[in-house]
Design a protein around this ligand. Structure first.
Ligand SMILES: Cc1cc2nc3c(=O)[nH]c(=O)nc-3n(C[C@H](O)[C@H](O)[C@H](O)COP(=O)(O)OP(=O)(O)OC[C@H]3O[C@@H](n4cnc5c(N)ncnc54)[C@H](O)[C@@H]3O)c2cc1C
Length: 313
């Protein structure tokens, strides 16, 4: 990881305007993961290792019964020795007694179209923002708002949506995950295009696509991985990924398997326990942008850049 001056950023990525009072961290070997492909890969690998995957089946009730656990779904009833619950935004619904505060928020993601013949002279065209020429980035602005984005990915290899992906990493409106208004307002687009106008002016064209999704936020934005109290270590939960959990999927799977099968793990998870909600905000900023912890064939190389006011990191 290198520390760059703002002048160096302007030479390396002239399409990014880096104010002089920003500190910049640069990781040339950073990368990103494509979740859809990664999930398909994990699923097919699991099936080949004899996992029994039941899709489109909703757990309506679960309980301790005798020495094991019983799960009742909309289709069947299952008995198991151990249960791992990772229900994302629905965690609070499936474990109403969870001893942690989880807040589900609606978040907007945009895929923007760079302006043709960019007017600031910093970038010339679409290709300047494409994979290979443009980094994954994370930015904390003067007001403390955090944004992140990715280079434009070739549709032939990655499918869609097409465009320069970016989002505001700040809790959106709190919602009920079963009743989300998926409408997107003009103001949502403006938040994204305003940040581009300021820091990547030639990328600040119209949005090609806007989507909403859900963050499942823990109180301090650290994940929650632990045995659920009251079940003799038979129930393990993984939740509160707060919009930055996907890249850790492999190691989280390892931890959950350890906790469920052995009852403990050698990996350092004390700060993720239900009782130990510590703030590790600084490190989150670094990890979010570089995202190199899940290494499989769906990892793609792309440099990563983190920009923030010098006094904020
Ligand atoms: C806009 C956006 C951007 C993000 N960007 C990043 C990023 O840049 N980097 C990163 O690392 N992470 C990112 N994330 C976060 C990442 O997607 C999440 O951390 C991760 O998907 C959480 O995984 P999960 O398994 O906890 O929840 P989910 O992926 O939500 O999975 C939960 C599953 O449980 C199922 N379920 C719920 N209730 C029941 C029930 N009763 N019965 C059966 N099944 C049930 C749901 O259908 C769902 O399939 C982002 C998320 C969003 C929304």
């Amino acid at each position: 990881m290198d520390i760059l001056t703002h002048e160096a950023v302007n030479v390396l990525y002239p399409m990014i305007y880096c104010p002089p009072h920003f500190q910049v961290l640069f990781e040339p070997d950073a990368g990103f993961v494509t979740p859809e492909k990664a999930i398909a890969l994990y699923t097919s690998d699991a099936i080949q290792h004899n996992a029994d995957i039941r899709g489109r089946e909703k757990i309506v009730e679960w309980k301790k019964e005798g020495s094991g656990m019983t799960m009742i779904t909309n289709r069947d009833t299952y008995q198991a020795d151990r249960l791992i619950i990772c229900a994302g935004a629905w965690t609070g619904k499936i474990i109403p007694s969870i001893p942690a505060t989880l807040k589900v928020t609606k978040q907007i993601v945009g895929w923007m179209k760079p302006r043709p013949n960019g007017s600031s002279g910093r970038a010339k065209n679409w290709n300047d923002f494409s994979l290979g020429n443009f980094p994954c980035w994370f930015l904390r602005d003067d007001d403390g708002n955090m944004f992140y984005g990715f280079p434009i990915l070739p549709a032939r290899d990655f499918g869609g949506p097409v465009g320069l992906k970016l989002a505001l990493h700040k809790r959106g409106v709190e919602v009920d995950p079963d009743n989300v208004d998926r409408n997107i307002q003009q103001a949502d687009e403006e938040i994204l295009s305003n940040i581009l106008k300021k820091y990547m002016p030639d990328a600040a064209g119209n949005a090609l696509t806007l989507k909403s999704c859900l963050y499942n936020n823990s109180e301090d934005e650290d994940f929650i991985i632990d045995h659920l109290p009251g079940y003799d270590s038979k129930v393990t939960i993984a939740s509160g990924f707060s919009g930055h959990g996907f890249k850790f999927a492999s190691v989280i799977g390892e931890i959950l398997a350890d906790l469920a099968v052995k009852g403990e793990t050698d990996l350092p998870i004390e700060f993720l326990r239900l009782r130990g909600l510590l703030i590790t905000y600084k490190w989150f900023i670094l990890i979010q942008a570089v995202g190199t912890s899940v290494m499989n064939e769906n990892d793609y190389g792309s440099s990563g850049i983190v920009m923030s006011r010098i006094d904020a990191v």
